[in-house]
Design a protein around this ligand. Sequence first.
Ligand code: SF4
Ligand code: SF4
Length: 387
Amino acid sequence: MIRDIDPGLMRKISRHGRGGRLDVQSCFQCGNCTAVCPLAQDSSGFPRRVIRMAQVGMERELLASEDLWHCYACGECARTCPRGADPAEFMAAARSYVVARSDFTGLASLASRSAFGNLLVFSLFSLSFTLLLLSRSAPAPAGLPFFTFVPGEWVHRIGIFLFAVVGLSLFSGLFATVLRFWAERRRQGVPLRFAALPAAVVSAVVEALAHQRFRQCGHEEPPPAPQLWYRQPWVVHASVMGGFLAMLLATTLDYLLKPIGSPVPPSYPMRLLGAVGGLVCLFGLAIMIFAPQSNAEMHWRRRTFADWFFPVLLACTVLTGLATEILVYLPVTAASQVLFLTHVVLAMDLVAMLPLTRFAHVVYRPLALALFAWRHAPDPRTAAAEA
Ligand code: SF4
Ligand code: SF4
């Protein structure tokens, strides 16, 4: 059988890691990363197998591999690789490569390949949103509410447009992933039963919410020094994700249930939900950024600008959002209006850059988990025959 081989595949992926300086060619396939990875199952060869695909140029297989999205970037494999090949960074770079391949604008590739490109895309978005909002604002005499300076109607219009574009972009990327997965399994002769799909989706949702597999990370031998529960990587990750989802829900419900800019008391349920979600998210981000302790977090700390960018952007958005929630009950000043404008622009940047950065894993990972569970669903006929 003739395969499509791309000899330059590893070079292309390496451009997405360590500012283009990632070197995984030194990997000699010893299998140590598979032995130490807490998520490697039976004889799957995870994550070594994906590295091999890149080394020999099997792009089609790599793009169709859901393995990439299982990795929680805990860093265990990088810590113990005898060749210093940094398989954890390779997995992150390969995920960026897959995301960039689905983005026809080229912005994802630009944003993920260098700090300069990342900042350039961020600046372009920020400037566009700021100019657009200011061009629609009325003069803001002292004492008028926030939404005179930053027009609420336009905040919502741009927000809906952004969600539509980003949703479409993510959907096309996810759809392409499913098609590649399907074509590759058919080519390999792996049977897929539609009857097993609902259970696979449920197990993926449970895993995405409960982090059962992530809890296995960091349990290497010999056991690490005792770690406070709230500093465990999966707790930090769950705080950031849970807080983010709570804020997203609060914003959506606020938009649906209340007229734009109408005053509400601090005890208004959506406002409370957003504030609690923001604090939980901020707690996780603070530990992630300022207090790394475990091997996993130490590894994270050594990582690239692309890893730092999104948590810092999220933290700035949450902080300006929480400050706005307080300032909205005080007399409006020029400073508070500038802060509100900053918050709105950062929130729009966050949505616009979601499909372009490493944070895209929040949507790709649940899909990969579902495809993995689907592929490994036991066939009842085989089980009955064995019985
Ligand atoms: S990445 Fe490192 S640990 Fe993994 S197979 Fe290659 S050399 Fe071995
Ligand atoms: S970073 Fe962690 S989860 Fe990812 S492959 Fe390495 S050991 Fe496994």
